[in-house]
Design a protein around this ligand. Structure first.
Ligand SMILES: [Zn+2]
Length: 212
């Protein structure tokens, strides 16, 4: 069985075929109920919870945390100490920088209004989607409920509270659209017809069309 591409062109995330052809460092904690794709490497002290699905050829860095039922495509890089909480979906080719955090609770409280401790049923899990090829910078925080578009780039330390368009570059707290980036990662110049041109790799992009 081959895994399907997970790139926003279909509805379901890539599901890895059962295989032992992946690497888990002896200090990592990977649930036997997680599915790990071929060639994926999971490094020191990383934790992958039950129900998590990782595609093929991913890298999970030291001390990263992947929560229960998180779906991750193929060729995804998750750097050291990144936190990916329940409710997040990462398509193929996503980059998550060190110490980035994908949150999942829009109304974070330890207790209910009557002072009782909140239990598992006392809150609603938010959903976050990081589209194909997008990058989340070091230390950025993605507040739940947003979608980060294909090949978008979130600057280091940004706090993302709204959707990010495809190829969008967002910076700051709260994150604001600062321009557009090419698939190669370089900033692109826009002309009046919403065509972007990348001086680094020569690609031309129809940014307006991508974002409608
Ligand atoms: Zn380029």
């Amino acid at each position: 069985m081959q895994s399907r591409p997970f790139n926003g062109q279909n509805n379901a995330p890539a599901v890895a075929a059962p295989t032992n052809d992946f690497f888990v460092h002896p200090t990592a904690d990977v649930s036997p109920e997680a599915q790990i794709g071929k060639g994926t490497r999971i490094w020191h002290r990383a934790q992958v919870r039950e129900g998590a699905v990782l595609g093929e050829g991913c890298i999970v860095g030291k001390d990263a945390y992947i929560d229960m039922d998180v779906h991750i495509g193929s060729h995804v890089k998750i750097q050291n100490s990144a936190l990916i909480y329940h409710g997040a979906t990462l398509e193929d080719g996503v980059f998550i920088g060190p110490q980035a955090c994908l949150t999942n609770d829009l109304y974070p409280r330890a207790i209910n209004p009557d002072g009782s401790l909140k239990g598992a049923d006392d809150w609603e899990v938010g959903e976050t989607v990081i589209r194909y090829g997008a990058s989340i910078g070091a230390g950025a925080i993605i507040v739940t409920g947003v979608e980060v578009g294909r090949f978008a780039m979130v600057g280091a330390g940004a706090v993302v509270t709204r959707n990010v368009p495809a190829h969008g570059l967002v910076l700051g707290v709260p994150a604001r659209l600062a321009g557009y980036v090419c698939a190669c990662g370089a900033r692109i110049e826009m002309d009046a017809e919403h065509q972007g041109h990348c001086a680094r790799c020569g690609r031309t992009l129809e940014i307006g069309a991508e974002n409608q």
